[in-house]
Design a binder for this molecule. Structure first.
Ligand SMILES: Nc1ncnc2c1ncn2[C@@H]1O[C@H](COP(=O)(O)OP(=O)(O)OP(=O)(O)O)[C@@H](O)[C@H]1O
Ligand SMILES: [Mg+2]
Length: 387
């Protein structure tokens, strides 16, 4: 496994390559795997519940062009590489590609590469023959075989070690692979869809990902935009998740207030749609907006946002001063909360005078005391003690 790898993420690339068509017959077809594996066939019918397409693709231009690209590629049996940050919907898109493809009645087999220990991954992917290793009491097909005449979805492909990358390359080049311990290669017809949140070019440079494999899997590239680049879609996503989880948990959480909605628009969304979904789920279950406010505030402290306007001059001093003020505000708020809004204790903890703290509280636009605390939006839920 590649735990020590570069953690660089994202990227977009060109396309090339080709792949055999499904259902092909001919002299070599006799060796094709014709067996249907029951446990896998059932996967085709359990692809999961999708949100409506209008929600998945929203209104942003970037998602509309992604949808066009996906529609075009779905019907062609070419490998697809889906790239994007965690929580942007790579899984959903992989399933949609399968659902729109001519092989939709075939299996959809997902392999979550990091979830399977390196030593087991080869047998899990390619299967083994009886006696191939200690404990191989019978033969077992791998997931590649299970995906015959369907889709093989390799999630987090960068986690494959170099040995497995070679085997995968062979599969993509000529549709052949070898079970562990087998004398002969087998042949499958399978559409390969890969996903990653890494920048594979960086992995190639560092020698942990094969360039030739990259070109094979990257015939068509789908780049998932992060949620912060499609903020206009947030209101529709919120409405959808609110209705969905209200129905699911039999709750009646109300529509979000305008203030909170604009706080959602300002958030950086490092966890993308998954983060938004979880936030709304918590709101529905716990039933108050302060839950969301406090979540957002906690994240803001971890991921300060920097909105630069490149239309005019960028004054470094001004930006630095603003950033320092913002950081100071967050630190003061956190310390006040930790001391239940007791300002004398907070001043001691911050190693500044009580007077200086009062000044900074006013300067930062924070509430001066317990009673006026609710004027600041958003604020975490905390019990507040009087000074
Ligand atoms: N466009 C979308 N519309 C509605 N829900 C979405 C959308 N994209 C993702 N989601 C929801 O967000 C969650 C994360 O999506 P998904 O698992 O597809 O992301 P991912 O990119 O595969 O993340 P990871 O890299 O962590 O595997 C899921 O619960 C999914 O239902
Ligand atoms: Mg995923």
């Amino acid at each position: 496994m590649k735990s020590a790898r570069s953690k660089a993420r994202l990227g977009g690339f060109g396309s090339q390559g080709a792949h055999p068509k499904p259902g092909r017959t001919g002299p070599r077809a006799t060796r094709l795997l014709m067996t249907t594996i029951p446990s896998v066939t059932s996967l085709a019918t359990s692809l999961g519940e999708f949100p409506p397409e209008a929600v998945i693709f929203g209104r942003s231009e970037v998602m509309q062009s992604l949808r066009d690209r996906m529609d075009k590629v779905a019907s062609a049996n070419v490998p697809v590489l889906i790239q994007g940050e965690s929580g942007t919907g790579k899984d959903i898109i992989a399933r949609m590609i399968h659902g729109l493809s001519p092989w939709r009645s075939g299996p959809f087999v997902k392999v979550n590469c990091p979830a399977i220990p390196g030593t087991l991954l080869e047998s899990e992917l390619f299967g083994y023959e009886k006696g191939a290793f200690t404990g191989a009491y019978g033969s077992k097909p791998g997931r590649v075989e299970m995906a015959h005449r369907g889709t093989l979805f390799l999630d987090e492909i960068s986690e494959l070690d170099l040995g497995l990358q070679s085997k995968l390359l062979q599969l993509l080049q000529d549709g052949q692979f070898c079970r562990i311990g087998a004398q002969e290669d087998k042949r499958v017809e399978v559409r390969v869809v890969c996903a990653t949140n890494r920048v594979l070019e960086v992995e190639i440079e560092s020698g942990t990902f094969r360039q030739d494999l990259f070109y094979r899997i990257n015939v068509v590239n789908l780049q998932m935009p992060p949620l912060r680049e499609r903020k206009g879609d947030i209101p529709d996503l919120v409405t959808y998740f609110l209705e969905y989880y209200n129905r699911k948990y039999n709750c009646r959480a109300r529509t979000l207030s305008g203030d909170l909605m604009s706080a959602l628009q300002k958030h950086h969304w490092p966890g993308n749609i998954r983060e938004l979904e979880n936030l709304i789920k918590r709101y529905v279950i716990l039933g108050n907006e302060e839950v969301i406010s406090s979540d957002l505030m906690a994240h803001q402290q971890e991921f300060p946002t920097l909105d630069l306007n490149f239309d005019g001059p960028i004054a470094l001093k001004t930006i630095t001063r603003q950033a320092t003020r913002e950081l100071e505000r967050k630190v003061i708020l956190k310390v006040l909360q930790a001391h239940h809004w007791n300002r004398k204790q907070a001043a001691r903890a911050l190693s500044i005078s009580y007077r200086a703290l009062l000044y900074k509280i006013r300067d930062a636009g924070l509430p001066p005391n317990r009673s006026s605390r609710r004027r600041v939006d958003p604020l975490p839920t905390q019990d507040i003690a009087a000074d």
